[in-house]
Design a protein around this ligand. Structure first.
Ligand SMILES: NC(=O)c1ccc[n+]([C@@H]2O[C@H](COP(=O)([O-])OP(=O)(O)OC[C@H]3O[C@@H](n4cnc5c(N)ncnc54)[C@H](OP(=O)(O)O)[C@@H]3O)[C@@H](O)[C@H]2O)c1
Length: 282
């Protein structure tokens, strides 16, 4: 794959636009699949304490930068690792303790991006939780901080109370759920948009319009959708379970969708979620 473009986060950290997502990757498969992703050219890995696979991700990073086949050309600074604090660990002290556990599991001195996994508005702890992330940033233990699944009211409250917007909001985003209003607010506040379930967990691959567009470029539907995310400026983290699909999903930098094709994809938005609504996760 050609190198992924990067997005400059508010801390100055450069985050690759394409990354590999590890939700529902069993712990015993994480090292192998993360290593396959690094071998295929991905330079960003997305995990979370809740995924239970941070150890495997950390081992893949260690071997890619120390003793594995890639270690001649890869250094730790070439790989961007994201993890997230889980809902039950929200709150200032609990988050600092959760970060210690994630850092130990990953075996990394510095985590590139640490996110609040869900706002959990009924818990009422996300502002305190974000203050803990700010402390980790000021101590140099993370290179960037942000949130996930935050709705406009959560972003505005956080920005108001902390005095600075989160650097990233990782949200469900794909051609059937294009999140225009939220992305408009991100642009206003300088928040990078990161798309989770960028393929709608595989469901958008059945869409006939997307199939037509993919076929015009001689690429798979997954590649056309990932390319659309890249052209939209989204950070995109598809997950796949085979080395073949992992490599296929990274091969998206050799073609470009036309404006007319992007307009057709804009017309596919139907507000359809494949994951939970943030108001329902507490
Ligand atoms: N912050 C959050 O709350 C949150 C929530 C959900 C996800 N995420 C992150 O976002 C990442 C991606 O989301 P996701 O895993 O839910 O879904 P996704 O990436 O939209 O879709 C993954 C599904 O698509 C299939 N697939 C992938 N590439 C394919 C290809 N080239 N051809 C055919 N099928 C293909 C996969 O099948 P196989 O696995 O069988 O190959 C899998 O079933 C996660 O792994 C996680 O890192 C974050």
């Amino acid at each position: 794959m050609s190198a992924s473009p990067t997005v400059r986060l508010a801390s100055g950290a450069e985050m690759p636009q394409l990354g590999f997502g590890l939700y529902k990757v069993p712990a015993e498969d994480a090292e192998r699949l993360a290593a396959a992703a690094l071998g295929a050219g991905y330079r960003s890995l997305d995990t979370a304490a809740m995924y239970g696979n941070e150890e495997g991700v950390g081992r893949a990073v260690h071997s890619a930068t120390h003793d594995g086949a890639l270690s001649q050309r890869l250094q730790r600074a070439d790989i961007f690792v994201t993890t997230k604090v889980w809902n039950t660990d929200q709150g200032y002290d609990a988050t600092l303790e959760a970060f210690d556990r994630s850092q130990t599991a990953l075996g990394l001195d510095v985590v590139d991006l640490y996110l609040i996994h869900w706002p959990c508005p009924r818990l009422g702890l996300y502002v305190e939780t974000y203050r803990a992330l700010g402390r980790l940033l000021s101590e140099g233990r993370v290179r960037a901080i942000g949130v996930s699944n935050f709705q406009p009211e959560h972003l505005l409250r956080l920005t108001d109370e902390i005095g600075v917007a989160p650097m990233v909001n990782q949200i469900e985003l794909h051609p059937w759920l294009q999140q225009r209003e939220l992305r408009g607010l991100h642009a206003e506040l300088g928040i990078a948009t990161e798309a989770w379930s960028p393929l709608a967990r595989g469901q958008v691959l059945q869409d006939p319009v997307l199939a037509e567009i993919a076929s015009a470029h001689g690429v798979s539907v997954a590649q056309a959708v990932i390319r659309w995310h890249v052209q939209e400026g989204n950070i995109v983290i598809p997950k796949a379970s085979s080395a073949q699909r992992i490599a296929e999903n990274a091969d998206v930098f050799g073609f470009e969708l036309t404006d007319a094709e992007c307009e057709r994809i804009a017309g596919l938005d139907r507000g359809l979620r494949v994951g939970s609504h943030p108001d329902n996760v507490n």
